[in-house]
Design a binder for this molecule. Structure first.
Ligand code: FE2
Ligand code: FE2
Length: 287
């Protein structure tokens, strides 16, 4: 597990960056989430950092949290840049929804307990490690022929989500202040809370994107679009029950999740192709 500093160029990205416009738009709706949730995750984890130290949590966890924060900062930065391009392509109507999502996170930070915020973060993290399986396995047919920049953004992001999958879980366990049984039920509560909250947002964002896309289409073209969307939905839904059951098991620990096919080879190749090294960043800063 390490922080990576990739270079992307989203300036020429198309909204329909994969052969299935509907798959692309589901990805575009989902891409709005990290731009708002990941700054929130960072704020929650920065609250947790001194408490972990005080409690004498393991050095390993504290170091992992440090890398987690650096990885999430890069995810958020790249998704914001990608989302700016999507807005500029005629999807400005997404902005009010995003403002509401950002306000929800401010509200959680300002009015809810650290325990709630940690459980929400862990709920989100378990969902995103699940998405890694989709992008490395179930979604491969949709990614065939897709533009490289958005496809790489998603695969890199989700591969790192898999890498740091245990961090929030361990932080929640250290700081929840609950006995093991209550802690389990509170984790499940955090998972469902995050799932419902983010699913509502993604559905609303998807609706805005679809409305724009369908505006000038014939009824036949709209029907064909709905059918293609149903194909993506079917694949997503078929993977859901198994993953949910795994997350909801009392013995669940993200460390034990199965490695998505090819994820570590992908990260090694990604790093060689796209990432700057500490030396090159220092040289760039000095230039
Ligand atoms: Fe992330
Ligand atoms: Fe994450």
């Amino acid at each position: 597990m390490k922080a990576r500093f990739p270079r992307f160029d989203f300036s020429k990205v198309r909204a329909h960056w994969a052969p299935s416009a509907e798959f692309s738009q589901r990805g575009n709706a989902a891409s709005l989430i990290p731009a708002h949730i990941e700054p929130y995750l960072l704020k929650v984890m920065r609250k947790a950092q001194p408490l972990l130290k005080q409690r004498g949590a393991s050095e390993q966890l504290q170091q992992d949290l440090d890398i987690f924060i650096k990885q999430e900062m890069q995810h958020c930065k790249q998704h914001i840049s990608f989302n700016n391009r999507i807005h500029a392509l005629g999807y400005e109507a997404l902005k009010p929804l995003e403002e509401k999502l950002a306000a929800d996170f401010d509200n959680f930070l300002n009015t809810r307990s650290l325990r709630f915020n940690l459980a929400y973060c862990e709920g989100f993290e378990s969902m995103s490690a699940t998405a890694c399986i989709y992008y490395f396995e179930d979604y491969l047919p949709f990614l065939e022929g897709a533009d490289k920049e958005p496809a790489d953004m998603w695969k890199w992001h989700l591969a790192e989500e898999f890498e740091h999958r245990s961090v929030c879980f361990d932080v929640f366990h250290e700081l929840s202040g609950l006995d093991p049984v209550s802690r389990y039920f509170y984790r499940v509560y955090g998972y469902f809370y995050a799932l419902v909250h983010l699913a509502k947002f993604a559905i609303a964002a998807g609706k805005v994107l679809t409305e724009v896309d369908h505006k000038n289409l014939s009824p036949e073209a709209i029907e064909a679009s709905k059918q293609r969307d149903a194909e993506v939905k079917k694949v997503t839904k078929s993977g859901m029950p198994g993953m949910m059951l795994a997350i909801l098991a009392p013995w669940y620990h993200p460390r034990n999740r199965r490695e998505p096919n090819g994820y570590s080879a992908y990260l090694a190749q990604f790093e060689a192709e796209r990432c700057t090294t500490p030396a090159s960043r220092t040289a760039a800063a000095a230039a």
